[in-house]
Design a protein around this ligand. Structure first.
Ligand code: ASP
Ligand code: MG
Length: 461
């Protein structure tokens, strides 16, 4: 057992929809023994709003962009008035005012230039995390916690790829240790804005959408934390999306590899690199809901073992299956066509066969392949079949050897055997049948064990 318990809590923007949600964060801290670090995202939707404002500015809509900014100001002010008392309130409003003015001037110059220089964009977006974290710090202090705002730009040093900056590890480790260890030693809870960092040239950078996950796991690795808890608005990883399948149940523990696959399938939105950091150090990541502090959530860790067979029915509501048929002699080598298709569509899956010469692609979304269907000759294809559908993905362990997959899949759903592996079996379904087929497959996979989800999970001692 480790001698000290250190938890990094990441509060996701999805969980910050109303001022009361900050009260839940205080409750989380009250219930969390040992030392704690908090990493916080922007309030729900703020990053999207800022992106929209920038777009409006470049479309020539300076007034509309500034109006969007004013609405964000209203929202932050309302939250602060609801949560903070005078000394803290004034402090926050002064802090926000500076961010607001700087955002105003960034948007104005974007409107003038009709472009969004990436460095300016990052500075604009940083308003979201800077303000939420500053407000949360003041609120926690008011609640009696010893909390300190720890500006991530002093901790996370990155390269200068604005919009998707990569943290530079040695520098970040040095700074993070220096600043956070000192705070933790004196019993202070550091509150860190997620998503942002600073380049060597001193400019604000952002780590890519969902980047607060990365901030949290990076800090956890550097401080050798005992665990990371991602607080979201939906508890846990479930056996299916409960909006689609009402009988879906929580999976208490998931191995890293499977969690990465589920993230790629969009079951949980993680920053793609988040798990890589913690994986190597064996730090567990727990997903919990800020709405239900009693629910234990899902733990992602190395030693999680799930039984053979299906675990999760993931769904991608709109996909397109494209089949290109070529006649001989080929006008262009298949490999070149394949490369062009790959660049254009970033398909989920591709298959090429020499005889009869055919390329099949599975693409997410419904738009791009239509344009392809109109111009098959450009690629040298004789015929193109395009089918819009939805996809269900059965995710599990030893899927092909442990069960007769076709028996789990009622018509007209169709197993795409050519792309099936032992851990993921894609099933194509007509979009209008997505819900009932998802329920039917979920039922056949898990019927009878819905309540027994706890006993389905074995964890190595
Ligand atoms: N606020 C940023 C975003 O919406 C970062 C994050 O929430 O993790 O992508
Ligand atoms: Mg997020």
């Amino acid at each position: 057992m480790s001698e000290r318990l250190l938890t990094v809590h990441k509060i996701g923007g999805g969980a910050l929809r109303a001022p009361e949600d900050f009260e839940r964060v205080a409750e989380v801290l009250r219930q969390s023994p040992g030392s704690n670090v908090i990493v916080v995202s922007a309030l729900h939707g703020v990053t999207d709003e800022l992106l929209r404002a920038a777009r409006r500015a470049t479309d020539g809509g300076r007034p509309a962009a500034l109006e969007a900014l004013r609405m964000l100001q209203d929202r932050h002010t309302t939250w602060a008035q609801r949560l903070l008392q005078p000394p803290g309130l004034t402090q926050f409003l002064r802090f926000y005012d500076r961010l607001h003015r700087s955002a105003q001037s960034i948007l104005s110059s974007m409107a003038r230039l009709r472009e969004t220089p990436p460095a300016a964009m990052d500075r604009l977006l940083s308003l979201g995390e800077l303000s939420s974290s500053y407000m949360l710090t003041l609120f926690l202090r008011q609640q009696g916690f010893v909390a300190a705002w720890a500006d991530a730009r002093r901790l996370i040093q990155t390269d200068d790829q604005h919009g998707r900056a990569q943290p530079l590890f040695p520098e970040t480790r040095l700074r993070t240790r220096e600043v956070l260890t000192a705070l933790l030693q004196e019993g202070t809870v550091p509150v860190v804005p997620g998503f942002i960092g600073r380049s060597a040239s001193g400019r604000t950078t952002t780590l890519g959408r969902g980047g607060s996950d990365l901030t949290a796991t990076l800090i956890a690795v550097i401080l050798k934390a005992s665990r990371v808890i991602l607080w979201t608005d939906v508890a846990a990883i479930m056996s299916a999306d409960p909006r689609l399948v009402p009988t879906a149940f929580t999976i208490p523990a998931v191995p890293y590899e499977e969690a990465v696959l589920l993230a790629k399938l969009g079951v949980k939105r993680f920053h793609p690199e988040m798990l890589e950091f913690v994986y190597r150090r064996g730090i567990p990541v727990i997903i919990r809901s800020l709405k239900d502090l009693q629910a234990p959530g899902t733990t992602i860790h190395m030693d999680a073992r799930l039984p053979d067979g299906p675990h999760v029915i993931a769904h991608l509501p709109h996909v397109t299956l494209v089949r290109l048929e070529f006649s001989l002699p080929l006008r262009r080598p298949l490999l070149r066509v394949l490369r062009a298709l790959y660049r254009a569509f970033r398909p989920l899956a591709v298959m090429a066969q020499q005889w009869p010469p055919t390329i099949t692609l599975l693409v997410s979304g419904t738009h791009a392949p239509e344009s392809l269907g109109q111009k098959p000759s450009r690629l040298g294809a004789a015929r193109v079949h395009v089918a819009n559908a939805s996809l269900l993905m059965i995710v599990g362990q030893n899927l092909r050897s442990s069960l007769p997959i076709d028996d789990l899949v009622p018509r007209p759903a169709r197993v795409l055997h050519e792309w099936a592996t032992d851990v993921a079996v894609p099933v194509l379904v007509p979009t209008e049948r997505l819900t009932d087929l998802a329920r039917a497959i979920h039922d056949r996979c898990f019927g009878g064990q819905m309540q027994a989800s706890g006993s389905k999970t074995r964890t190595k001692p």
